[in-house]
Ligand binder design. Structure first.
Ligand SMILES: Nc1nc(=O)c2c([nH]1)NC[C@@H]1CN(c3ccc(C(=O)N[C@@H](CCC(=O)O)C(=O)O)cc3)C=[N+]21
Ligand SMILES: [Mg+2]
Length: 305
């Protein structure tokens, strides 16, 4: 879906695409209720008082209810023990009203994140972080994997923009387990010639300049410059960085990992920040919850991407 033109690039409307995806999800939820008497349920667990985390979690809960799902919210205080959190996850695993479980990351230092993630029932792991789901994605078993929300959202935007991705040169900047690596696996599964670049890559700009598809998830403000981009390339900016407030501003503005004003002069299409990948993450979380519900009840699941 392409909207306003700015510079030369099409600005990819992630916010609008996400709204459309959520209305599709709302219809799927209604069908599950009408035809099967099932209401999908999503549990979100937040530990501690990180203000940014609280904003995301509130937004998730609101949108969960908007698409007709049941939302279970658990806010635990910052010094909750690992044992208490593991008990809660186990209780959610056993609760048949709950089809999806998301434990908001990062967790406080005294809690082992891997231990928590690996306690989640893989079928309810709507983040796709459990090793069972990581392995399924890495082996191309997409029919059974739960796929991480941010990379799946990026893939949906890319397919909408470009159609078939076969044979395209894709470069993923960043090698995190939550974005870079699963993104590379998804692009590979979609027949891209796929490369991951990172902080130790010898000439990162030159590698990026070769890409038809450039997905950037490095967590560094405006790291990718206009001259890193091949003319006409499709650029997906996963970064969300808050600048220091300008005089008179209350909060600093949000910017990506790509220098947007430069990049839009060169790229064929590019996602903005905000309004690009961020809203897709939450919409895909809801879509994954429907997928998880269908699998748990042996109901045919909607096609994704
Ligand atoms: N287990 C887990 N799963 C997550 O998926 C997860 C997490 N933990 N911890 C925190 C990060 C961050 N995250 C975002 C979701 C939506 C926006 C989003 O909607 N961003 C808006 C802007 C929001 C604003 O104005 O602050 C946008 O880019 O347009 C951003 C970031 C999910 N995360
Ligand atoms: Mg890196």
């Amino acid at each position: 879906m392409s909207q306003a033109q700015a510079g030369d690039a099409t600005i990819i409307d992630g916010k609008g695409f996400a709204a459309d995806l959520r209305s599709g999800v709302a219809q799927q939820v209604q069908a599950l209720k009408d035809q099967h008497g099932i209401t999908p349920g999503l549990a979100v667990v937040l530990v501690g008082e990180n203000p940014a985390s609280q904003v995301y979690v509130r937004s998730k809960a609101k949108k969960t209810v908007e698409v007709g799902m049941e939302s279970f919210h658990h806010h635990l205080d910052a010094n909750t023990s690992e044992h208490e959190l593991l008990d809660l996850v186990q209780q959610l695993n056993d609760d048949e009203r709950v089809h999806g479980i998301l434990v908001q990351l990062p967790l406080p230092d005294h809690i082992d994140e891997d231990k928590v993630i690996h306690t989640i029932d893989p079928q309810k792991d709507v983040d796709g972080f459990h090793l069972m789901n990581v392995g399924r994605l890495a082996t191309g078993d997409l029919d059974n994997a739960m796929v991480p929300c941010t990379p799946l959202g990026c893939l949906m935007l890319l397919k909408d923009q470009l159609g078939d991705l076969s044979g395209k040169k894709a470069v993923v900047a960043g090698r995190s387990n939550i974005v870079g690596k699963p993104m590379a696996h998804l692009l590979l599964a979609n027949n891209c010639t796929t490369e991951i670049v990172h902080s130790r890559t010898r000439d990162i700009a030159a590698e990026c300049r070769d890409a038809d598809i450039l997905v950037v998830a490095v967590g560094k403000t405006r790291m990718v410059r206009g001259d890193w981009i091949k003319p006409g390339a499709t650029v997906i900016d996963v970064g969300i960085n808050r600048l220091d407030p300008e005089p008179g501003e209350e909060k600093g503005k949000l910017v990506g990992d790509v220098a947007f004003d430069e990049a839009k002069q060169v790229a064929g299409a590019i996602t903005p920040v905000p309004g690009g990948v961020g809203p897709m993450t939450i919409a895909v979380l809801l879509a994954n919850t429907v997928t998880a519900t269908c699998r748990q009840h042996n109901v045919a699941e909607p096609a994704r991407s």
